[in-house]
Design a protein around this ligand. Structure first.
Ligand code: GLV
Ligand code: MN
Ligand code: MN
Ligand code: MN
Length: 391
């Protein structure tokens, strides 16, 4: 809690409430600096990788290490725990192990992934996707933020060379096992600490509706081609389609040009859709797309759909999960609807996630909370896990 208090003033969003910390923005860079100082103060060797992620090593960097960590960026107006809890818990776990004179047989590394939320450049888990080759460096570097700054430019400004980005086999080989600690993001956990079993299939789709920009007062209703109409129908269709445990959300709509007395000429609508498996997720998106297309035709508009990112269901390594559960004396395993860098890594290395109880189930919002005692239990669980895996 002291560590979280230490960074509590960084990236506060006075307008939205909570925090807005995004990949390579001023707040995230300040937090990277903070992490570098904290890790260095503990005698860890801090080394950035080629893709904008930060590593801190206890022991010699090399293949087969036990790696833990999370991210320091947030969604717009996010909470204090999603991301930072995993980073500060990793630092605290190192302190606990040091205090008991543990000396790791395998190296331990802490990692901070860049732009996990996709809150600035639109694609989540950008650092881990680049590292694993799940996104090409060309595609990643072309992504732009709302001000038109590209990820490539932002990375370059932060000291990274876009030409050296891309799948990093050396970094991947350095991970023997990956364990990410994270605040639970629903109401799925009624004890202080649990383990993740799986992540829903999920993705992001951008719908661009194009109509005719015109005057809000002078244009007769029957003369309009207003793209806000099919955009609103998409929102309703998302709610209708998300049945049986599927989730579909429109959290962001940008009308162009965006004036109260202006009929928009186009509207961008971002859809986040998630479900238990690939087929069901595709079915949900298909139903929503059909409704959006029909509403678009009815209003004399056009619609273009782009899949901005997608990932199939993740099943975490059950052997590693059972092993960790054994170390912790038996803890529940639960599925989650939230995406994580651990989900990207799970296709490449044995990966597990520790969850800390979320008393209200609120996340991606300023009210996100975890009790100090539960956070402490998380640190102890992470330390025991690292001790077991690296001992
Ligand atoms: C990231 O936290 C996500 O699940 O969207
Ligand atoms: Mn998140
Ligand atoms: Mn997170
Ligand atoms: Mn996440």
């Amino acid at each position: 809690m002291t560590d979280l208090a230490d960074i509590a003033s960084v990236g506060r969003d006075a307008r939205r409430g909570g925090y807005s910390r995004h990949g390579f923005d001023r707040a995230e860079i300040e937090l990277r600096q903070w992490f570098t100082e904290e890790a260095t103060r503990r005698g860890l060797d801090v080394q950035p990788d080629r893709n904008g992620n930060l590593w801190a090593w206890w022991g010699k960097p090399g293949p087969g290490a036990v790696v833990t960590g999370s991210h320091l960026d947030s969604v717009p107006g996010g909470g204090a725990f999603d991301g930072p809890l995993g980073v500060v818990s990793a630092l605290q776990a190192i302190d606990l192990l040091r205090a008991k004179n543990f000396s790791p047989v395998k190296s331990i590394a802490l990692v901070v992934f860049v732009e996990e939320e996709g809150g600035r450049f639109g694609v989540a888990c950008l650092g881990s996707r680049l590292m694993t080759g799940a996104i090409s460096p060309e595609a990643a570097c072309k992504l732009t933020d709302p001000d038109g700054v590209s990820f490539g430019e932002a990375a370059h400004k932060a000291g990274f060379d876009p030409l050296r980005m891309g799948r990093d086999d050396q970094a991947l080989r350095s991970i023997g096992q990956f364990v990410e600690l994270h605040v639970e993001q629903g109401r799925g956990l009624d004890v202080p600490v649990g383990l993740a079993s799986s992540i829903l299939a999920h993705g992001r789709w951008r719908f661009t509706f194009t109509g005719e920009g015109n005057h809000a007062g002078a244009t007769l209703i029957e003369d309009r081609r207003d793209p806000m109409l099919p955009a609103s129908q998409l929102v309703l269709a998302a709610r209708r389609a998300a049945t049986g445990g599927a989730r579909a959300t429109v959290g962001r709509i940008v009308p162009n040009p965006g004036g109260t007395n202006v009929i928009a000429s186009s509207v961008d609508v971002w859809l986040d859709a998630r479900a238990g498996d690939d087929a069901r997720t595709r079915e949900v998106v298909e139903a929503i797309s059909k409704a959006a297309y029909a509403a678009s035709v009815e209003e004399g508009c056009e619609v273009r759909v782009t899949e901005e990112s997608y990932g199939d269901t993740v099943h975490f390594d059950s052997a590693l999960r059972d092993e960790i559960s054994g170390v912790l004396g038996g803890v529940p395993a639960l599925p989650t609807g939230a995406g994580h860098d651990a989900g990207i890594l799970a296709g490449h290395v044995p990966t597990a996630m520790l969850f800390v109880r979320n008393p209200t189930g609120v996340s991606h919002a300023p009210a996100e909370h975890a009790e100090p005692d539960d956070c402490a239990a998380g640190v102890v669980a992470l330390a025991s896990t690292l001790e077991h895996l690296a001992g």
